[in-house]
Design a binder for this molecule. Structure first.
Ligand code: S3P
Length: 166
């Protein structure tokens, strides 16, 4: 596999599980941008947001994306906000095919409402916040090369669909 497979989409769209399955099935390396950001900062995503704020996190994210975009033949699992900076998607597309895993805000909310580690959802109205961020990000996610339906709880459908399109 010459090109990278890049997964983008909202938190809770199934990126991590799908990325892991693809890496296993294709026997290629899996690269997690969030994990690389945590390694660079030597702290958790949550702590980066608390201690330094979101813009600092986005700077680290952009650096990591630029670096991983140079690789070839790997699966890249991106954080949900990776599309917020235009240059990120440009870098990711250089050596990669970008897949947007699309799931509705209500589906996302059901999947992640009990998880506590996501800084952007520590707000009084998480569903409202998801809806708002989703609307803002949708045009950016839609700049991916492919849109994959990820509303179903099973990851089989998206995995098969991605394999069909590479
Ligand atoms: C973010 C999504 C998170 C993580 C950070 C910000 C976002 O990644 O990068 O909390 O802005 O949507 P996941 O999509 O893997 O949860």
């Amino acid at each position: 596999m010459e090109k990278n497979i890049v997964l983008v989409g909202f938190m809770g769209s199934g990126k991590s599980m799908i990325a892991r399955r693809l890496a296993k099935q294709l026997k290629v390396q899996l690269v997690l941008t969030d994990a690389l950001i945590e390694a660079k900062a030597a702290k958790s995503i949550d702590a980066i947001f608390t201690d330094h704020g979101e813009p600092y996190f986005r700077d680290l994210e952009a650096q990591v994306i630029k670096e991983v975009s140079l690789r070839r033949g790997v699966i890249i699992d991106c954080g949900g906000g990776a599309v917020l900076r235009k240059e990120n998607l440009q870098h990711l597309k250089t050596n990669g095919i970008v897949f947007f895993l699309q799931a509705a805000p209500e589906v996302i909310y059901q999947r992640i409402k009990n998880e506590k580690h996501r800084p952007l959802l520590k707000v009084p109205d998480p569903l409202g916040s998801i809806r708002q961020m989703y609307q803002q990000r949708l045009p950016l996610y839609n700049q991916a090369d492919h849109v994959i339906d990820a509303n179903d709880a099973s990851i089989e459908g998206p995995v098969v669909e991605i394999l069909k399109r590479i």
